[in-house]
Write a protein that binds this ligand. Structure first.
Ligand code: FES
Ligand code: FES
Length: 408
């Protein structure tokens, strides 16, 4: 693994990556900026095009480590960009997209054309666009949108875009101003200060001087990437009692259907968890460590494991935050972030699986409530057995009902 720090859409993101990780995968899986699309993954289709230090690059054939310290702009980061403010409506006006798959890459290349080639005609625009494939539009609308923006700027120059062009001609790069809201990048819930400091390097100054009112570059905690699921449950107990219970790992594991702890050493545990969901069955064996922030009543369980049957690997964080509702009621907000590699990875993002996990969290909450209410400290009942068929049928019914009632 190699530690890198990138400036993505004005946010500094520090993370550890394998040297072979492509920038596109890093953006999608670690920064969770899924607006960058991957098509051919061979550098042919251009769908994955992003800007690195202001220039278009194919993120599927660019290593993330080679972008160390550089400014990456994805489709989520153009909100403050003067050129994109003209291109976006022009794409809409000229029907320059249908499915939209090629659009993030098309926009990056279109921005580069508008920036570098103020006098480009249709033939030149088509030539410059030759590295971006679109299977839907036939290119007519895309070419028309770019020509439209070029014509607008010739008729009435925009001082901001003129300045950008001059900088580009001088070989200078000014990253687009950070967007105020960053779609996709979202810091994990804050952990203990030590953990935060360990995962982030010092803040680098933006290359371009920021005006006083401009949004400043933010620091973002490293994210290991993957699928995120948020859920919560309420308990009729004071936060202090819930916090004490949640610190007892064997007791917590006993509330999780299919989970068993095999050994424990301080805040580290080894164990297994069996999951059965429709045709999918897995028994992950692995290790986890619990980090608790006593003051904030916030914790994260970091773990990794492997399913011996499918050889799939899972890695993830389960973070939870206690929220006091009143003296006798607490809400537990759970934030899961996980990656699955191997044959089971195909299941990780489906909505059905996410609903299934949310249901598991709700079941977990009910089990915690039952155990805390049983006798104070000592659990009395046997752990609930996982009931995958019941859960699956309940979910399918829920989805069918949602479909029939239009989501009401
Ligand atoms: S996905 Fe990168 S060029 Fe096709
Ligand atoms: S709009 Fe569908 S691939 Fe271009």
């Amino acid at each position: 693994m190699k530690a890198i720090t990138l400036h993505i859409n004005g946010n500094r993101l520090a993370a550890e990556v394998e040297p072979r990780t492509h920038l596109g995968d890093f953006l999608r899986d670690s920064a969770r900026l899924t607006g960058t699309h991957l098509g051919c993954e061979h550098g042919v289709c251009g769908a994955c095009t992003v800007l690195v230090d202001g220039e278009p690059v194919r993120s599927c054939i660019t290593f993330a480590v080679s972008c160390q310290g550089r400014h990456v702009t994805t489709v989520e980061g153009y909100d403050g960009d003067a050129i994109m403010q003209r291109l976006r409506p022009a794409f809409t006006r000229h029907h320059a997209l249908q499915c939209g798959y090629c659009t993030p890459g098309m926009l990056a290349t279109a921005r580069d054309i508008v920036l570098r080639l103020p006098e480009a005609d249709e033939a030149r625009v088509r030539l410059e666009l030759a590295g971006n494939l679109c299977r839907c539009t036939g290119y007519m609308g895309i070419v028309a949108a770019i020509l439209d923006v070029l014509a607008q700027l010739r008729a009435e120059p925009d001082p901001d875009i003129t300045a950008l062009r001059e900088q580009a001609r001088a070989g200078q790069f000014a990253p687009p101003p950070p967007a105020i809201t960053q779609g996709g990048i979202k810091a994990m819930p804050a952990l203990a200060q030590g953990a935060r400091a360990a995962s982030a390097a010092t803040v680098a100054a933006p290359t371009a001087p920021a005006s006083e009112s401009a949004p400043q570059e933010q620091e973002v905690t490293a994210i290991r990437g993957g699928t995120r699921i948020e859920a919560s449950f309420e308990l009729p107990y004071a936060a202090a009692a819930v916090w004490a219970f949640m610190g007892d790992l064997p007791a917590v594991a006993a509330c999780l259907p299919g989970a068993a702890i095999e050994s424990q050493e301080g805040d580290k545990v080894k164990g297994r968890i069996a999951i059965k969901f429709g045709p999918m069955a897995a028994a992950f064996v692995g290790a986890a460590r619990l980090e608790r922030d006593e003051l904030a009543q916030r914790a994260v369980l970091r773990g990794a494991g492997q399913d011996s049957l499918s050889r799939s690997r899972a890695q993830g964080d389960i973070a939870y935050q206690l929220v006091t509702l009143d003296a006798g009621r607490t809400r537990v907000d759970v934030d899961m972030l996980y990656t699955l590699q191997g044959p089971l990875a195909q299941f990780s993002r489906s909505g059905l699986v996410k609903d299934f996990v949310r249901r598991l969290v709700a079941d977990f909450g009910r089990e915690v409530q039952a155990r805390m209410g049983a006798s104070g400290d000592a659990p009395t009942a046997a752990p609930a057995a996982i009931q995958p068929l019941r859960s699956l049928l309940a979910l399918l019914w829920q989805r069918l009902w949602r479909g029939l009632t239009g989501g009401r």
